[in-house]
Design a protein around this ligand. Structure first.
Ligand code: SF4
Length: 341
C-alpha cells in the first residue's frame, strides 16, 4: 500500500530543490508562514490562477500588511481593490473573516477553529492549519485530486471519486513537514503532473505511480460529462449626462454584490426599467461566463433627458476602469467608442 513513508520523502526532497517561489510562501524547511498571508492567498486562489493572483496579493499586503489592517479597511475600498478577481462573495467573506479574526486577537491554530470562520471551507482550513501551523492535515484541491487519482490509478469518475481520493490523500500525508508536503503536492500537480501531458519521466514519485505503470496517466482522473451551462440574457444601460455617466452600487447580497456597476437588469433576476428618461439605442452585446451560467448582456446607450431614477452620476475622469468588476469592464470598453464620438 502506498503511504506517507514511500511518497513523502521523495516528494519533499524534490520540493527542497524545485519549490515555486511565490509571494505568500516561505522557502522549504523555513519557519511556518504567516497565517494572514496563507489565508489571503488561498482565498484569492479559489477559482483564480496563481499568475493572476500575484499582483493582487502584493497590492493587498502593501495596503494592509496585517489582518488587523484589513479588518479596519473600508468595505468600498476593499471591493474596489478586489475588482477583476471576480466572485465578489469572496471579498465580502474576506472582510467578515478579517474582522472576526481581529476581534478574537488572531487566527485559530486548528482546522476546526479555522473552519468556523466566515468563508473558510474544508480546503482552506486544512491549508492554513498545515502551512501556517504545522498541523498534520490533508489538503485536497484539484491538483492533489489529479495526482492521487494517478498514483493509485483510481478509475471512478469525478465528482463521485472525491471521498475516495480524499481518503487516499490522507494516507499519504506525513506528520513531518506537513505544510511543505501540502505545497509540494500542489507544485507537483501544477508543474509536472499536469492535466493533459504529465511529465512522468521527471516526476519524483514515478516509481510509486500506478497510472504511469499502466500507461493511463493522461486519462486520469476520469470525469463525468458536464452539462452545458445555462444561458441568461439581460440589459445594461450606459446613461450619459454631459461629461458624467450613471453608475450604481449593486445590492450587497447577490451577483457582483456591493460592486460599482452600470445599471442593469433581468440577468440577475431583477426586472427593472431603464434608470432614467433617454432615447435608448443598442450599441452592442457583451458575453460573460459566470460559474453557473453564461450571459449575453445587451448594452443600451443614451443621453439622459431628465433626472435619473437610481444610481449616481460620476464624472468620466473619476471612473476607474480597474475598480469595475470584469463584466462591467466589458460594458465600459464597449461604451468608450460612444463616449469618444
Ligand atoms: Fe503524475 Fe506521472 Fe508522476 Fe504519476 S508519474 S504522479 S502520473 S507525473
Amino acid at each position: 500500500m502506498r503511504d506517507s513513508k514511500v511518497i513523502a520523502p521523495d516528494l519533499l526532497a524534490w520540493y527542497d530543490r524545485h519549490a515555486r517561489t511565490l509571494p505568500w510562501r516561505v522557502p522549504p524547511g523555513g519557519p511556518p508562514a504567516d497565517p494572514y498571508r496563507v489565508w489571503l492567498s488561498e482565498v484569492m486562489l479559489q477559482q483564480t490562477t496563481v499568475a493572476a493572483v500575484k499582483a493582487y496579493f502584493l497590492r493587498f499586503t502593501a495596503l494592509w500588511p496585517t489582518v488587523q489592517d484589513l479588518a479596519a479597511a473600508e468595505d468600498a475600498r476593499v471591493m474596489a481593490e478586489w475588482a477583476g478577481l471576480g466572485y465578489y462573495a469572496r471579498a465580502r467573506n474576506l472582510l467578515a473573516c478579517a474582522r472576526a479574526v481581529a476581534a478574537r486577537g488572531g487566527f485559530p491554530d486548528t482546522r476546526e477553529g479555522l473552519a468556523a470562520l466566515p468563508g473558510i471551507g474544508p480546503y482552506t482550513s486544512a491549508a492554513i492549519a498545515s502551512i501556517a501551523f504545522g498541523r498534520t492535515e490533508t489538503v485536497v484541491d484539484g491538483n492533489v485530486e489529479r495526482v492521487v487519482a494517478r498514483l493509485f490509478a483510481v478509475d471512478t469518475p469525478l465528482p463521485r471519486a472525491r471521498p475516495q481520493l480524499t481518503a487516499l490523500a490522507g494516507q499519504l500525508t506525513p506528520t513531518e513537514r506537513p505544510g511543505d508536503y501540502a505545497q509540494a503536492m500542489m507544485d507537483l500537480g501544477a508543474t509536472i503532473c499536469t492535466p493533459r501531458s504529465p511529465a512522468c519521466v521527471i516526476c519524483p514519485v514515478q516509481t510509486e505511480c500506478e497510472a504511469r505503470r499502466q500507461g493511463i496517466a493522461a486519462e486520469l482522473p476520469r470525469k463525468l460529462a458536464k452539462a452545458p451551462k445555462p444561458e441568461r440574457e439581460g440589459v445594461a444601460w450606459v446613461a450619459r449626462q454631459g461629461q458624467a455617466l450613471l453608475l450604481e452600487h449593486r445590492p450587497a447580497k447577490g451577483l457582483l454584490g456591493g460592486t460599482l456597476a452600470f445599471p442593469s437588469a433581468r440577468w440577475d433576476g431583477r426586472d427593472l426599467p431603464p434608470p432614467g428618461p433617454a432615447q435608448w439605442r443598442e450599441i452592442g452585446q457583451v458575453r460573460h461566463v459566470f460559474t453557473h451560467f453564461s450571459l449575453t448582456l445587451r448594452v443600451m446607450s443614451g443621453q439622459l433627458t431628465g433626472n435619473p431614477e437610481r444610481g449616481e452620476l460620476v464624472p468620466l475622469r473619476q471612473i476607474d476602469r480597474e475598480a469595475l468588476p470584469g463584466l462591467m469592464r466589458k460594458v465600459w470598453d464597449m461604451a468608450q467608442g460612444e463616449i469618444a464620438a
